[in-house]
Design a protein around this ligand. Structure first.
Ligand code: SAM
Length: 375
């Protein structure tokens, strides 16, 4: 049940959602505000701005990402922050939190804050008008408590604009309980923007059922215009609470979001378990880089000439879990292990991969007689 009080306790898994948001907004703000004159951040289900024990809510996390940004001096654009909150008590609380920030000088002058005590659906036409007329890069966070209030139709209207990115909570847990309730069909029709979810509701195996719903949601986001779709799961211990889906048309946006997700879940599983909080480290579980070898080979084949730029584009996309930040060191390792050969290239040093380099993935050479004796 969603909380009824104005403020509520921050559940541990929610921290994962906030961490990914913070990690993403840093590079997004730097990239967007040093390139464009205007941008917009929308928190469509903003909440009261803080939690019961004083932890920060998403509106403040987003404002702080700008206020505490080390590259603020390089930003030449203006940004509108739009916060929408339906409940009057939470809205008043949010306004007070924002006033406190303003009084402390924590709202930079390049930022204008617009608040609406209204429903997302009601503000939506105004939002779309503003996006259409100004054509500004916009990040929209859609974070309802349940599955109602955000239809695929809204997302489709947003994704019609090339520089819109959507970060949406996909409430998996309540979906599992729906079968026992009446009137669940219409919210799910809206959520998915189609009726195909009915084929998944009776899948007995929970993992298969989950994959079905994720796959359908992903497919619908792509049909709505997203070029890349990523998702990230939030668990409470072993219990899956919900997943965050990120939809974008930008290769760079997809790559940066993968980097943010990797930072929060460094073992590469794209899931945050609240009981691992504070112990997240690469040493805790090894990342399996063989998966990356396999992904590269299955995308590009063996013994085929490939432009380095194509490999880079692949690494930025949602076709592979790994991000482009890992590419050069990984290729250097493959070259050392003789599973990659470099053809034409302007490079001066082995293990480097400048533009216009041509690569080939190859089988490793057979072991030498001496190595065979040692095996
Ligand atoms: C999950 S909470 C948001 C938490 C917040 N994004 C954060 O991370 O700190 C969802 C909020 O949306 C509000 N809400 C519910 N229905 C809404 C609607 N249709 N439009 C806008 N806000 C709504 C709720 O009152 C609640 O405060």
């Amino acid at each position: 049940m969603p909380p009824r009080t104005t403020l509520w306790r921050l559940e541990d898994h929610t921290r994962g959602k906030h961490m990914v948001l913070r990690e993403y907004l840093y590079p997004w703000l730097a990239m967007i505000l040093s390139t464009f004159e205007r941008a917009m951040f929308v928190d469509a289900f903003a909440g009261p701005g803080e939690y019961e024990d004083g932890e920060l809510g998403s509106p403040v996390i987003a404002l702080n990402a700008l206020a505490k940004h080390s590259s603020q001096h390089m930003m030449r654009g203006q940004i509108d922050y739009v916060f929408i909150e339906e409940r009057p008590d939470r809205f008043v609380h949010l306004k007070n939190v924002i006033s406190r920030l303003r009084a402390k000088g924590s709202i930079p002058s390049i930022c204008k804050v617009n608040t609406y005590n209204d429903t997302f659906a009601h503000v939506f036409p105004k939002l779309i008008d503003s996006i259409s007329s100004h054509r500004v890069p916009t990040f929209v966070m859609i974070d309802p408590f349940g599955v109602s209030g955000v239809g695929m139709e809204n997302i489709r209207a947003l994704m019609d604009h090339p520089s819109i990115e959507v970060y949406v909570s996909f409430m998996y847990e309540p979906m599992n309980r729906f079968k026992d309730q009446t009137d669940f069909e219409s919210p799910l029709d809206d959520l998915f923007g189609c009726s195909d979810w009915r084929q998944g509701i009776d899948i007995p195996d929970s993992k298969e059922r989950k994959e079905f719903f994720y796959g359908l949601y992903r497919k619908q986001l792509k049909l709505s215009g997203a070029r890349h779709v990523l998702h990230f799961e939030l668990y409470d211990g072993d219990k899956l609470k919900y997943a965050l889906f990120f939809a974008t048309q930008s290769d760079q946006g997809c790559d940066k979001m993968k980097q943010a997700m990797w930072k929060v879940a460094p073992t590469g599983g794209y899931s945050f378990r609240s009981d691992t909080l504070g112990q997240l480290s690469f040493e805790s579980r090894a990342v399996d880089f063989n998966e990356l070898d396999q992904a590269l080979i299955s995308e590009f084949g063996m013994d085929q000439p490939i432009a380095f730029e194509s490999v880079e584009e692949f690494m930025r996309s949602d076709k592979v879990l790994f991000h482009s930040g890992r590419l050069k060191s990984h290729l250097a390792r493959m070259e050392r292990e003789s599973t990659l050969v470099v053809g034409k290239s302007p490079r001066r040093r082995r293990g480097t991969f400048p533009p216009d380099t041509i690569l080939r993935f190859v089988d490793p050479p057979p072991p030498s007689p001496r190595q065979r004796r040692l095996m």
